[in-house]
Design a protein around this ligand. Structure first.
Ligand code: NAD
Length: 330
């Protein structure tokens, strides 16, 4: 017998609908709330699995967690398929599964590619909102790939930025970032790294680098850095001396020290785990955050599964309310 489909049935939301219904502002709030819940121990991430599967050169894995306060339980599953571009598909592929924490029933299947970019941009935006100087005017962008335009759009909502200065190891990628800055009505200038450091009040790094791209001596006092590209063992975007010089915040300390930007400062003995503060503590009022206009603050945004679940939850709820997505019975 066919199962009855009703409002409580599983909802399936595709990429196009995700783009249609999740705004930067909603993603910001969802990510801010989940960082705060993590710092209160109301929400926690389960150990991450990521494996080279020995087929199609693919990396496959899952990130999972539970937010007791928001009643969000689920998993983001997917990874990286380097051959996809030749097939007209995105190399990064992911899907979020949300479960009812009271019963374990599958509640929602939400496409995860667009949401990954939105939740990553929301993460650095939360850090800028909490830690950047209020008079920040110049935004420095290091990186010009897929994530960079999302980062730029979310960042400019946090401060009255008047100018974007940008550098990328592959300069031919910069015009796409420039066109987004122009669309947002902000001056854009491609510069070298020393100039970027000398001008920027806030710097976002979002590259796949495995070596430091920014030196400590290039960064001026009072800068806030959001280091977003380093999410794997071995990756690195800024000098470990800069991490040691800065006051370091993160989404999750366990990831920051093992696979985030702080991994190198830790390995070299320049900083200890106790020097890294979960940003949720600042959001909850348990840490003051920036202490002076001269302090360099650095957010090590490693990316946690609960961010994905939080924005997927926003999407699933909105899709049900607006009659979007597809209802199905398992
Ligand atoms: P992309 O492939 O679209 O762009 C890659 C960027 O890195 C470009 O700016 C490119 O010029 C630069 N780059 C490539 N190879 C490099 C190298 N060897 N050295 C230095 N720079 C190099 O990638 P994307 O989707 O924009 O993602 C950028 C980074 O962000 C990746 O490392 C990705 O893993 C990471 N990421 C992090 C999170 C998080 O939550 N922290 C989430 C998504 C992606």
């Amino acid at each position: 017998m066919l199962k009855q489909i009703d409002q409580d049935s599983l909802i399936i939301v595709n990429e196009e609908t995700c783009q249609q219904i999740v705004s930067d502002a909603e993603a910001f709030t969802a990510v801010q709330d989940i960082f705060a819940a993590m710092a209160r121990d109301d929400a926690y991430n389960f150990p991450v699995i990521r494996e080279a599967i020995g087929y199609a050169d693919a990396l496959y894995g899952f990130k999972s967690g539970f937010d007791k306060a928001g009643k969000t339980l689920g998993v983001k599953s997917g990874g990286y398929w380097p051959g996809n571009a030749n097939k007209g598909l995105t190399n990064h592929q992911s899907t979020v599964f949300l479960f009812d924490p009271d019963t374990g029933r599958l509640q929602a299947l939400v496409a995860g590619n667009y949401l990954t970019a939105v939740r990553t941009a929301a993460s650095s935006a939360v850090s800028i909102n909490a830690l950047a100087r209020s008079d920040a005017k110049v935004l420095g962008m290091v990186g010009a790939g897929h994530q960079s335009t999302f980062q730029l759009r979310a960042a400019v909502r946090q401060r009255a930025f008047e100018k974007v200065v940008a550098w990328n190891p592959h300069p031919e990628m910069l015009p796409r970032l420039q066109s987004v800055a122009e669309e947002l009505g902000i001056d854009f200038e491609a510069v070298d790294r020393e100039v970027l450091g000398a001008q920027a009040d806030v710097i976002i790094t979002i590259t796949s680098a495995f070596e430091p791209l920014l030196k400590a001596e290039w960064i001026k006092p009072g800068t806030h850095l959001a280091c977003m590209g380093t999410d794997t063992v071995g990756k690195q975007e800024v000098a470990s001396a800069l991490v040691a010089q800065a006051t370091v915040f993160t989404d999750e300390v366990a990831q920051s020290i093992s696979l985030g930007e702080a991994q190198h400062g830790i390995a070299e003995g320049l900083i200890g785990e106790q020097d890294i503060t979960p940003i949720g503590k600042v959001l909850n009022g348990d840490h003051v955050g920036r202490k002076s206009d001269e302090e360099i603050t650095l957010f090590d945004g490693t990316g946690v599964g609960l961010q994905d679940l939080a924005v997927a939850c926003v999407v699933a709820k909105a899709a049900r309310e607006q009659g979007l997505g597809t209802l199905a019975a398992l």
